[in-house]
Design a protein around this ligand. Structure first.
Ligand code: 5GP
Length: 178
């Protein structure tokens, strides 16, 4: 299916399932090269990273552990103040090589907050792995250690990513056309 409509928007296929799986396997090899014998702790961020995480884990052959986390956003006491809290990470992070798995890094605000909050659990090292990365939007200074695809500043869905709740189950990545 080359084009689809979700809610009010049209999307066209931009990254095929075959291309995704090829990159996922390559990322797994890179991670294993860097982290072998470290028993890294993967921290996939829900909800968007679930499909990427599943395929990535199937390619990882070294010992590793996995704990899904979630970033809960809510408005603080002042309406303009957005507070993000990390849920799911715990003391098992202490002394470990931790690999955050994200679906997409856009401005970098989410990973910055995640890394800040993870520091309190004293990890040995924090690495960032994201399927998609929008370099033209990125305002952060953290390195994205493992990246599947650099993409333009267009809204994408599929392979875990949603548009207003829909599209997460698509096997490919689709880009909005208007
Ligand atoms: P950041 O904090 O890096 O600006 O944004 C990260 C979050 O914004 C992602 O985890 C994702 O939820 C959302 N996001 C950013 N760009 C896109 C996009 O193109 N499509 C979808 N579905 N979500 C996006």
């Amino acid at each position: 299916m080359g084009t689809i409509k979700i809610h009010d928007k049209n999307f066209k296929k931009s990254i095929s399932e075959e291309e995704i799986l090829k990159r996922v396997e390559a990322i797994a090899r890179e991670i294993e090269k860097d982290c072998k014998y470290q028993n890294p702790l993967f921290l996939p961020v829900l909800n968007g990273s679930f499909m990427f995480t599943s395929d990535l884990m199937k390619e990882i052959t070294m010992n590793c552990e996995l704990q899904f986390v979630k970033v809960k956003s809510y408005t603080g006491m002042h309406s303009t103040e957005k507070v993000q809290t990390l849920i799911g990470a715990d003391m098992s992070v202490s002394g470990r090589t931790v690999i955050i798995i994200e679906d997409i890094v856009d401005t970098g605000g989410t990973i910055k907050e995640l890394v800040n909050q993870l520091q309190q659990f004293n990890p040995n090292d924090i690495k960032i792995c994201s399927l998609l990365f929008k370099p033209s939007k990125y305002k952060g200074d953290l390195k994205v250690d493992y990246c599947g695809f650099e993409i333009p500043d267009d809204f994408v869905i599929g392979y875990g990513l949603d548009y207003d709740g829909l599209g997460r189950n698509l096997r490919q990545i689709y880009t909005v056309t208007e």
